[in-house]
Write a protein that binds this ligand. Structure first.
Ligand code: MTE
Ligand code: MO
Length: 420
């Protein structure tokens, strides 16, 4: 099923995609209910088998995390927004946020193979006899370079609690679980065609080579999240370079997916294999996680979260000290649903708004820089607010609708500063 033919649903659209998948929802519920019981981890398994980490195993993130660039949270680390001040469009790899379910694995590109298998390929190759591509094979294929953000679905989750007084589970990120890089690699569509994708294929399931993820004692297996074939064939990259250098270990070396405009979990790192299937696929990452749950949502949750929503951030420290003098405030806005049309700033708590000056030609897959001249009229604490609107009219409300896992916080963030 391909998009673009007026009769067939556009499967790169989350609601249309879910309506097609819903036909087999019973199968999905059976699958997600069965998975827990079958995969529960016996308590005696060694740490290495469960993905749990002992103190002597070394840090879960390989690159240095200097405190002026990062706020660490266990296996994750968010970028401090002041680290983007004075930077160009791209987020340098040394400050790009890291979201790891488990530790960064070290992989040898010389022995690495990407394996494709499943009922959506000609001849239905099984997992034990997959179609294989080496790193060198991928480097020989035509390459493409794109600028795209990767943003965690839970970016800004902490504001559900600090701004709205709501309890949510997950890493309490501020706004730093986003980065924009220039990614070079091979189009996923090229590799799927070479592997023999059939017209019947509907879903692919890319899976990482990092250790199994254990959630509250339950082994959920390796990180893997289904992706509709329509999106896979449209604009997804098998990336092997980030900002002109080989992918760093923490960002997926040797090869990761980059799924433009979609939420970060789609961009599977340390890619090992891709199942290509003629039937819908499910994993905990599109059933129990990355759906919206809570009051107002059905028991199985919303359709899987796909596109990122509209957000804005100031390139300032949290609780920045600013001079009581004329100055220029800078920041960036982005959206997974379309180009940024404008960003407005309020320096009086949201009573009045004026437009910032956009510095980039808005690109739907990246972010747009802006600046706003400000002359504070009083000393003391202030709140700076930035609110963007994209070309679809999507904007940033004062309140983000609650969901228990704290995804998609798209409300205006109140950035505290002290003027002295
Ligand atoms: N194999 C694998 N891929 C993964 C993850 C992971 O833990 N394992 N985390 C996902 C999530 S939730 C996000 S937000 C992005 C983060 O990418 P980054 O660490 O390069 O910033 O990677 C995604 N891909
Ligand atoms: Mo994420």
């Amino acid at each position: 099923m391909r998009s673009g033919n007026g009769k067939e649903p556009d499967l790169t659209d989350e609601a249309a995609y879910e309506s097609v998948r819903a036909l087999s929802r019973r199968g999905m519920l059976r699958l997600s209910a069965g998975a827990g019981a079958a995969l529960a981890v016996p308590a005696a398994l060694p740490a290495a088998a469960t993905g749990a980490r002992a103190a002597d195993e070394g840090p879960a993130i390989v690159k240095p995390l200097p405190p002026e660039l990062f706020i660490p949270y266990g296996t994750n680390a968010e970028m401090r927004w002041e680290a983007m001040r004075g930077q160009g469009l791209l987020t340098p790899a040394d400050r790009f946020f890291v979201r790891n379910h488990v530790a960064t694995p070290r992989i040898d590109a010389r022995t690495w193979r990407l394996k494709l298998w499943g009922t959506g390929l000609h001849g239905s190759p099984g997992e034990e006899r997959p179609v294989r591509f080496s790193y060198a094979d991928l480097l020989r294929l035509p390459s493409e370079t794109i600028t795209a953000f990767i943003e965690c679905t839970g970016n800004a989750r902490g504001f559900y609690t600090s701004q709205q007084g709501q309890q949510v589970s997950g890493t309490p990120w501020k706004l730093g679980a986003i980065g924009v890089a220039r990614w070079r690699g091979v189009r996923l569509s090229t590799v799927l065609r070479l592997a023999g994708i059939t017209r019947e294929a509907v879903d692919i399931l890319p899976r990482g080579l990092d250790a199994d993820y254990v959630d509250k004692g339950e082994n959920l297996g390796r990180v893997r999240r289904p992706l509709p074939v329509a999106k896979a064939m449209k604009d997804v990259l098998l990336a092997y370079e980030m900002n002109g250098a080989p992918l760093p270990p923490d960002h997926g070396y040797p090869v990761r997916l980059v799924v433009p405009s979609w939420t970060g979990i789609a961009s599977i790192k340390w890619l090992g294999d891709i199942q290509v299937a003629a039937e819908p696929l499910y994993s905990p990452w599109n059933t129990r996680f990355y759906r919206l749950f809570g009051p107002g949502y059905p028991p199985e949750g919303s359709p899987p979260v796909t596109r990122a929503n509209v957000k804005s951030a100031f390139e300032l420290p949290w609780e920045a000290s600013l001079p009581a003098a004329p100055q220029v405030l800078r920041g960036r806005s982005w959206s997974g649903t379309g180009r940024i049309r404008h960003t407005e700033i309020s320096v009086d708590g949201g009573a009045t708004w004026r437009r910032a000056r956009l510095l980039d030609r808005p690109d739907p897959r990246g972010w747009t820089r802006w600046e706003f001249p400000w002359r504070p009229h009083s000393r003391g604490p202030h709140e700076l607010l930035a609110r963007a609107t994209d070309e679809t009219g999507a904007s940033q409300p004062f309140n983000a609708p609650y969901n228990t896992l704290g995804y998609l916080f798209g409300a205006v963030v109140r950035h505290p500063v002290a003027v002295s």
